[in-house]
Design a protein around this ligand. Structure first.
Ligand code: DAH
Length: 337
């Protein structure tokens, strides 16, 4: 028996020293336990009085081997970790892969800039729905069915009274219905018209502004637009109001800015006039105020609406609106900060 134990000890001890992995060590341990079981099963062949002494020997043997297994396990684990670290080593001095970062689209840049400028004057942003009812887009804005002004905006109808909004002006009604004056809102968003050429796209963006309070006059509109023109373009940009017509404003004006290209002398961009038309505006028509439950005897207001693409084209010198929608990265990259 003793010889058997000694033979097993030698065999396992050298095998332990040779193991190179946790897995091999585990397999060896299983092998050892099986052999030990074999030895212990021989105990029944011993004389009764010899059994306790033999049991003690086996126990000591088992314990000393377990210590060897544990010690080797520490060594093997360390070896394995070192091998893993060596394999996964990263050369941090190697040049990395370059990924192109996206950037904001020029329309978003201009929209954000407009919001910044007007937020500085106390305007809050309100975004209305892109699918509108005929009432909000036209009727409440003093443009009932058969009004000739409807022809100015070639409309995509979804159903008899449902349409893709043609103007962000619809937002004016939604705000005035819900809120009491003083009101000072800015309403940016997509609008849709069946229109398609170098300066028109069936989908484009507008920015609407509305101010309603006691004692608001056309001078307030003019002063605010002068401030906007300076911030959006240059300090020397001037504003000119020309009489115009919109059903929802009375009086209505068309707003021109002095040409940033020639400074007002006249060039190709401004077609020799020195002025560039940028937006429509006016004093909110009293009928519109009444439609929203605002008393026109107590309150007055002004409104304005501009095309964001048009502002972007003027600001960046873009002459075809299509370039803003083609998503050609060679074009868009030019606007990265
Ligand atoms: N909604 C007009 C358009 O799309 C632009 C406009 C004109 C908006 C005058 C206004 C305004 O708020 O007062 O042509």
């Amino acid at each position: 028996m003793k010889e058997k134990i000694e033979a097993l000890r030698k065999d396992i001890e050298t095998a332990i020293e040779e193991t190179q992995s946790g897995r091999a060590l585990y397999e060896l341990k299983v092998r050892f336990q099986t052999s030990l079981k074999g030895i212990m099963s021989g105990m029944k062949d011993l004389a009764k009085e010899d059994r306790p002494a033999f049991g003690k020997i086996v126990n000591e043997f088992k314990q000393s081997m377990e210590e060897k297994f544990d010690a080797r396990e520490v060594v093997v684990k360390k070896m394995e970790m070192e091998e893993k670290y060596a394999k996964e080593r990263i050369d941090i001095s190697m040049p990395g892969k370059k990924y192109k970062a996206g950037a904001l689209h020029p329309i978003t840049l201009v929209k954000n800039e407009l919001i910044d400028i007007f937020a500085g004057m106390g305007f809050k942003v309100f975004e209305g729905p892109e699918i509108e009812t005929d009432y909000y887009n036209f009727t409440a804005l003093n443009t009932p069915k058969d009004h000739p002004a409807r022809d100015m905006q070639d409309t995509f109808y979804l159903a008899e009274n449902l349409l893709l909004r043609t103007q962000t002006s619809a937002g004016q009604i939604r705000v005035m219905e819900k809120e009491n004056p003083p009101i000072k809102i800015l309403s940016p968003g997509r609008v849709f018209r069946s229109d398609d050429d170098a300066t028109h796209s069936p989908m484009f963006h507008q920015m609407e502004g509305l101010v309603v309070d006691k004692g608001i006059t056309l001078c307030d509109l003019q002063g605010m637009l002068a401030e906007f023109a300076k911030k959006m373009f240059t300090d020397s940009t001037k504003v000119r109001l020309r009489p115009s017509y919109f059903p929802f404003t009375e009086p209505s004006v068309e707003v021109d800015l002095s040409c940033s290209e020639c400074g007002g002398k006249g060039c190709r961009l401004c077609k020799g006039t020195g002025w560039i038309e940028v937006l429509g505006a006016g004093m909110v028509n009293r009928r519109v105020l009444e439609n929203c439950g605002v008393d026109p005897e107590e309150y007055t207001g002004f409104a304005f609406g501009m095309g964001i693409e048009r502002i972007a084209m003027l600001k960046y010198g873009i002459n075809n609106i299509k370039t803003l929608f083609e998503n050609d990265t060679r074009f868009l990259e030019q606007f990265e900060d």
